[in-house]
Design a protein around this ligand. Structure first.
Ligand SMILES: CC(C)(COP(=O)(O)OP(=O)(O)OC[C@H]1O[C@@H](n2cnc3c(N)ncnc32)[C@H](O)[C@@H]1OP(=O)(O)O)[C@@H](O)C(=O)NCCC(=O)NCCS
Length: 199
């Protein structure tokens, strides 16, 4: 009984905190977000690499704790409706990152559309700038915890990426891909009541 009561109080303040954070972002719109849809839920304040950048978020999105959204000048981060991004996920966009509706992203995921350039061994890596390509993640994608998604990757609608995978090449729609580097092991589309096995 006491446990239930305390749990209700805790939940109340937790909910209140979430609303206050959301209110802060709606109130300060255009400082942190170009667009923030309705009914978004924040477990804590996000970290932003920069302010006044083009970050667009749809409706009913969930953001866990410790998230970093790093959006460079001239690029965008577009997040669709009903997207869930779990704790300690980093999104770094210098060339554009797009995430489709209803996509689930686990904790400790790193989505980076850019790498340090390192071709010149006579120059410090930190002085060589960045190179990269846009990342596009489709709708209804499930990305497991600890996944890395690198520059130029497109992940098709309905794909599943296994935990701790390193995705360096594009993944087709409805594929299940696992490992480092991530390889397609099967497809979710049913045929004769069986998943298709990757060739
Ligand atoms: C990929 C996943 C969804 C399993 O899918 P599944 O269809 O049930 O696949 P299975 O468990 O049958 O595994 C198929 C094969 O892939 C391998 N595999 C599964 N997940 C893997 C992973 N993350 N990395 C490497 N290999 C993996 C299995 O070992 C198995 O290999 P085998 O055929 O040689 O025995 C699951 O393993 C996973 O990674 N879930 C993510 C969980 C998570 O991160 N949740 C938090 C975020 S919300």
């Amino acid at each position: 009984m006491l446990y239930g009561f305390l749990s209700k109080i805790f939940n109340f303040f937790h909910l209140l905190k979430g609303h206050l954070i959301a209110f802060t972002y709606y109130f300060t719109l255009h400082i942190f977000f170009r667009k923030l849809g309705s009914n978004c839920c924040f477990q804590s304040f996000l970290r932003f690499g920069y302010v006044f950048r083009n970050i667009q978020v749809g409706n009913n999105c969930y953001f866990g704790i410790g998230l970093l959204l790093n959006c460079g000048s001239g690029s965008h981060i577009i997040i669709g409706d009903n997207v869930s991004i779990n704790d300690y996920t980093f999104i770094s966009s210098l060339y554009n990152v797009e995430i489709g509706d209803n996509t689930r992203i686990g904790e400790f995921v790193s989505i980076r559309d850019n790498d340090h350039s390192f071709t010149d061994s006579d120059v410090l890596i930190r002085l060589q700038g960045f190179s990269g390509k846009p990342i596009k993640i489709g709708s209804d994608v499930w990305i497991g915890r600890g996944v890395f998604i690198g520059k130029g990757v497109e992940i098709g609608d309905g794909a599943v990426i296994g935990a701790n995978s390193v995705v360096t090449k594009s993944i087709p729609p409805f594929a299940v891909a696992v490992g480092s580097p991530a390889k397609v092991i099967k497809y979710r589309i049913k045929q004769d009541n069986k998943c298709l096995t990757a060739q």
